[in-house]
Ligand binder design. Structure first.
Ligand code: AMP
Length: 282
């Protein structure tokens, strides 16, 4: 099936309006492109649920803390279009920066609390950029459902909270993290890893899986889990652990004694590439 590439907000709205008039429900899959099987899983989910699927591709400058990181972000529009065609996306919305931000933005969406912890503590302004652009995309597409991956667990929690707090008429649907056979979570940023960094990066899912197994085996002490995790990274000079936290799955607040379901989330640097991952436990 043909995927239509649309660059203007007006053009996108016209397509969505036509689909609605045909009685179709609208699904939206926001992405920053360099599409991989994790994105494809979200698209497949949307395709299964909705009559009309919009994928969006916008590398949102507002959510990057550093210009260099924005410039390094992988881009592969033609390959992304091919993925969208294969997966049956109806419209790929690819706005230019000037379409999304024709003037300097003066209005922002801030979700307090949830954004102060985990990645938010290390990437000031990042989540404000995410929530602001997702709010804009939700207002542009006006989908019945929007799809987000558990890979970015904090992002998912923050967006769910924004939708709830602001009564947005959209259902947020999440999908499990898609991994390489060896356990590394798929990420567009993996393309920036050298072969050595790619090998070292495995410590991230391995430390998380080890912590998950320890909780399943009865470990209740978060500090002990963090210490055990640190040892995985001590063995990998190419990987620098930024945080390894055991948090409440909803509030994202640190848990010291595990008494119920938790989320174990971590971030690590391989050279200039920042990797994140998380698992459920408890
Ligand atoms: P991104 O293009 O990295 O901004 O991601 C777009 C969407 O795809 C987000 O909702 C991510 O959580 C989701 N995503 C990214 N990687 C994965 C993965 N490995 N498995 C599942 N979803 C993912």
């Amino acid at each position: 099936m043909a995927t239509l590439r649309v660059e203007s907000i007006g053009g996108l709205r016209a397509r969505v309006r036509a689909a609605r008039e045909e009685g179709k429900s609208i699904g939206c899959v926001p992405t920053m492109g360099a599409l991989h099987a994790g994105h494809a899983a979200l698209i497949d989910r949307a395709r299964g649920d909705c009559g009309f699927v919009v994928a969006t591709l916008f590398v949102n400058p507002m959510q990057f803390n550093e210009r260099a990181d924005l410039e390094r972000y992988p881009r592969s529009l033609e390959a992304d279009l091919a993925v969208c065609r294969r997966r049956g996306v109806d419209v790929l919305f690819v706005p230019a920066e000037t379409e999304m931000y024709p003037r300097r933005a003066t209005t922002f969406v801030d979700v307090e609390g949830l954004t102060d912890v985990l990645c938010g503590a290390f990437r000031p302004g990042h989540f404000r950029g995410v929530t602001t652009v997702v709010m804009k995309l939700l207002h542009i597409v006006v989908p019945d459902r929007a799809y987000f991956g558990e890979k970015d667990y904090q992002q998912l929690a923050v967006i769910r909270r924004m939708v709830e707090d602001l009564n947005l008429p959209v259902e947020i649907v999440s999908a499990a993290t898609v991994r390489e056979p060896d356990g590394l979570a798929l990420s567009s940023r993996n393309r920036n890893l050298t072969a050595e960094q790619r090998a070292a990066a495995l410590a991230l899912p391995r430390a998380l899986q080890a912590a998950r197994r320890a909780v399943a085996a009865g470990e209740r002490n978060a500090a002990a889990l963090r210490r055990a995790a640190q040892r995985w990274f001590d063995r990998e000079p190419l990987l620098r652990l930024e945080y390894f936290e055991i948090v409440d799955p909803e509030s994202l607040q640190q848990v010291e004694r595990i008494a119920g379901p938790v989320r174990i989330a971590a971030a690590a640097w391989a050279g200039k590439t920042r990797l994140i991952d998380n698992v459920a436990a408890g």
